[in-house]
Design a protein around this ligand. Structure first.
Ligand SMILES: [Mg+2]
Length: 369
């Protein structure tokens, strides 16, 4: 239809933000984080989306996606998503290409909501007003004082009743320090706060079971990637033997990945990252797969990219209020959400789309491309 708004232009920008301290989890260390921003324009309206991914992601957007999406109707986001997924066939969808598609997909949803003058949660159709979050950080590089300060910041200053720390330090070679840090974390947050751990695949199967038994004594209720999320049989075995929730899914780039994980009975709660799994369009489908099996979904990292879509699914557990990404999103965007009391309320202020505005004068110092 000729009177429908079209996607007139795409643009990319890359921002690299140093961490506020050295950071590591069980299997990776880093001192900076890169955000790839995509903006899409229809007439005088602009939508934004982003992913946390290498700068190569912006190159994929320019080379493979811009020509695919430009000229399409701005209202049919799933159609654009499908075309993008087909366009990267030979590049390989999982990984950088799916992250590039995610950034464009999120920008297209933001654009559509802005064209219609609606918060994105209202466009998608909300199930809930409040989206629970959990404080996430607790890096293995932190000393006792820094871990305590961060945990109390979430529980005491912000009233968030759920927190997560990293364990599995140095590929599972620091078991006693892992458990000391969990003991200290429980002391910091008290008995009524939900305490989660994430091993980022750092343990072997038997080790994960042994550690899991010790974690039970500390009231840990969420055991994320105790072993590599590639090892679905091991995850399923741990899930059957341990009382807490076993979780994984953050490396899901395609819908079949989530289906395979669920079919293997590998997780109690499915995690999915909207900035990796080809965007909001596919995240909604992943949530439906979990819902059909009676399981919850939890949004992985990038909290402001997830908040609105999280409000739109019935089986949401929570969003990860990840220290790195919260900090970066506050540094770059106006319109960020307040997690006070343990939840955010996307769209409550009536702002259209994701409700985010990139503040150029804040962001410019971090721009690398
Ligand atoms: Mg994780």
């Amino acid at each position: 239809m000729s009177d429908q708004p079209t996607v007139d232009a795409l643009a990319t920008a890359v921002y690299t933000v140093p961490t506020d301290a050295p950071e590591a989890d069980g299997t990776l260390a880093w001192d900076k984080t890169t955000l790839v921003l995509v903006t899409v324009r229809s007439g005088t309206t602009t939508g934004l989306g982003y992913t946390y991914a290498p700068a190569a992601t912006a190159h994929v957007v320019r080379e493979l996606l811009t020509g695919t999406v430009t000229g399409l109707t701005a209202l049919d986001v799933p159609g654009a998503n499908e075309r993008m997924c087909r366009a990267v066939r030979n590049a390989g969808l999982p990984g950088v290409a799916a992250q590039a598609i995610a950034a464009v997909d999120i920008a297209l949803w933001d654009l559509k909501a802005r064209l219609l003058g609606l918060p994105l949660a209202a466009l998608l159709g909300a199930v809930r007003d409040d989206v629970p979050v959990y404080g996430s950080g607790g890096f293995t590089t932190y000393d006792a004082a820094r871990q305590d300060r961060q945990l109390r910041g979430w529980t005491e200053d912000e009233g968030i009743p759920r927190v997560k720390i990293k364990i599995g330090e140095s590929w599972g070679s620091r078991e006693s320090r892992d458990l000391e840090r969990v003991t200290r974390a429980r002391a910091s947050v008290g008995d009524t706060t939900e305490l989660y751990v994430d091993a980022n695949g750092g343990y072997t199967g038997g080790q994960a079971l042994r550690i899991g038994a010790a974690l039970t004594d500390h009231g840990v209720t969420w055991y994320e990637e105790p072993v590599s999320s590639d090892h679905l049989t091991l995850l399923a075995d741990l899930r059957g033997r341990l009382p807490m929730d076993v979780t994984a899914g953050e490396y899901g780039y395609t819908l079949p990945y989530f289906e395979h994980m669920l079919a293997a009975h590998a997780v109690d709660c499915l995690q999915a990252d909207v900035t990796r799994c080809a965007g909001i369009t596919v995240w909604l489908r992943a949530a439906a797969l979990a819902h059909a099996r009676g399981l919850d979904i939890s949004g992985h990292c990038a909290p402001h990219a997830h908040a609105h879509v999280a409000a739109a699914v019935p089986n949401l557990r929570h969003l990860e209020w990840f220290h790195d990404h919260v900090r970066i999103e506050r540094l770059l965007f106006d319109g960020v959400l307040d997690p006070g009391g343990g939840s955010v309320t996307p769209g409550a202020d009536g702002a259209p789309g994701l409700g985010l505005t990139l503040v150029e004068e804040w962001a410019e110092r971090y721009r690398t491309e």
